[in-house]
Design a protein around this ligand. Structure first.
Ligand code: SAH
Ligand code: SF4
Ligand code: F3S
Length: 439
């Protein structure tokens, strides 16, 4: 009897791609594919790609190039490209790399089984439509196997904001929310499979409207699920941070005190040119309101430096916004002109200047991150044990504030919620001593 075919999946980009990769793996399971961690064993190599910056997109072609030897040794090996590069470049991918057999955009993953079947007949399959049906309604049911304690759950996709630099509205399409009843069913199933923490995902997750109470309404219903201990969500847009969601941060015990709220720049001139539709002081006001209800909220953000027209004074405005917020964690990027976006038409800041700004911003952000880590020493927090650490008897999990914590103990294990006291901090992780199991 022929053995099962093997599928190797490599994921780039944001958490939504991580979630989608799982769903694609499950969908291809029905076509006789089982996952492998070794590309050399694979019958199909699937790259789930990201188009957000030029480097991310170009990486895909160098990655494909690296697999040429495998293809030579195994001519039946299939290559599939999914995700945002697939959506943005479509059939162009095959022109640039003829080895590619299948190209599928993010809204068409439910068609993967039929597309994979077509490959067996030697055909190519390309689908980058934005179909009217909801892919989630047509994707195969989720696998029933036991799962890791922390899971992602996509509740909203796409973006209608059209920031001047960003490809997401083009690669993911218009904002669509999954109905809350479906999300709650999936969440209950995840909990039955051992999940204790769910991170709700969306390109603009706080624009969620699949529940009459918006994202806050969904969070409150999720909080009623027995066995679910923690809820997080990402990524939010400042303009969709409504009162109900801010209040939930103060009142919902299961909602963790961590918020990723990108601002991109501290200069009103640049924010306007970026079409962010808010000012720096409006952003700061939202942070104040959040901290008023949840003083220990840890904030994370995204920043772009070197956006067209950014002067040293604009950049100083970004530094001073960062100083007044005090981030616990953040991502910063050099502006990358993306084809088809309005900003791509504008003259860019020279690369050396942008690189220099990036380094200065990163130095400040990393100083703030170290301070936030050090501030944890001596404090008590809960940790959800996710996996064994490198040392014998050690467990690794996340704090309430999403910091990695290492704990040596034999009194708790995977999936346990444990109260610890933080004893040591480094810039990327914390050490904690076991106090008691709390769930
Ligand atoms: N929906 C989220 C972010 C999606 S993209 C939001 O609204 O903030 C993730 C991050 O990538 C962005 O926050 C931005 O900081 C960065 N990014 C997006 N387009 C970029 C570009 N063209 N160049 C550099 N960074 C970019
Ligand atoms: Fe991109 Fe702006 Fe939409 Fe975020 S809000 S995904 S940065 S267009
Ligand atoms: Fe990248 Fe697409 Fe996510 S462009 S960041 S994978 S939505």
């Amino acid at each position: 009897m022929a053995g099962k075919k093997k599928l190797f999946v490599k994921t780039y980009g944001c958490q939504m791609n991580v979630y989608d990769s799982e769903r694609m793996q499950e969908a291809l399971g029905g076509q006789g594919y089982e996952p492998t961690a070794a590309p050399e064993d694979a019958d199909m190599i699937l790259l789930n790609t990201c188009h957000i910056r030029e480097k991310a997109a170009e990486k895909i072609y160098s990655e494909l190039g690296r697999y040429k030897g495998l293809k030579a040794a195994k001519p039946d090996l299939k290559f599939a490209v999914a995700g945002c590069v697939a959506q943005a470049e479509g059939a162009e991918i095959v022109k640039r790399q003829p080895m590619v057999d299948l190209v599928v955009g993010p809204q068409s993953y439910h068609k993967l089984p039929a597309m994979a079947k077509a490959l067996d007949g030697g055909a190519r399959a390309i689908d980058t439509d934005f179909p009217l049906e909801d892919k989630f309604d047509h994707l195969s049911a989720r696998a029933k196997a036991k799962r890791a304690p922390a899971a992602f759950l996509t509740v909203q996709e796409g973006c209608d904001k059209f920031c001047a630099f960003c490809v997401v509205p083009y690669t993911r399409g218009a904002e669509v929310s999954r109905p809350s009843a479906r999300v709650l069913d999936e969440a209950r199933q995840l909990v039955d499979q051992g999940v204790r923490e769910i991170t709700l995902l969306g390109q603009n997750v706080n624009a969620y409207h699949g529940h009459k109470g918006g994202l806050a309404g969904l969070i409150w219903e999720l909080a009623d699920i027995d066995g679910l201990a923690r809820i997080r969500f990402t990524t939010s847009h400042p303009n969709d941070m409504d009162d109900a969601l801010i209040d939930a941060h103060g009142q919902c015990d299961k909602l963790m005190p961590y918020l990723h709220l990108p601002v991109q720049s501290g200069s009103d001139k640049i924010l306007k040119a970026m079409a962010r539709k808010h000012t720096a002081s409006q952003y700061l006001k939202i942070i104040d309101r959040l901290r008023a209800v949840r003083p220990d909220l840890l904030l994370s953000g995204d920043f772009i430096v070197g956006f067209p027209g950014e002067t040293e004074a604009d950049f100083q405005d970004t530094l001073s916004l960062v100083r007044s917020v005090g981030y616990g964690q953040a991502y910063s990027f050099k502006y990358s002109a993306r084809p088809g976006t309005p900003a791509a038409e504008k003259a860019t800041v020279d690369d050396a200047t942008a690189t220099d700004r990036l380094h200065r911003l990163q130095a400040l952000l990393s100083e703030q991150q170290t301070a936030a880590q050090n501030a944890m020493v001596g404090r008590e927090t809960t940790v959800l044990f996710e996996k064994p650490g490198r040392e014998a008897g050690q467990w690794v999990g996340k704090s309430e504030h999403l910091q990695a914590v290492h704990v040596l103990t034999s009194q708790a294990g995977k999936g346990d919620l444990v109260k610890v006291r933080i004893t040591q901090a480094s810039s990327n992780s914390l050490q904690g001593e076991f106090l008691e199991k709390v769930g």
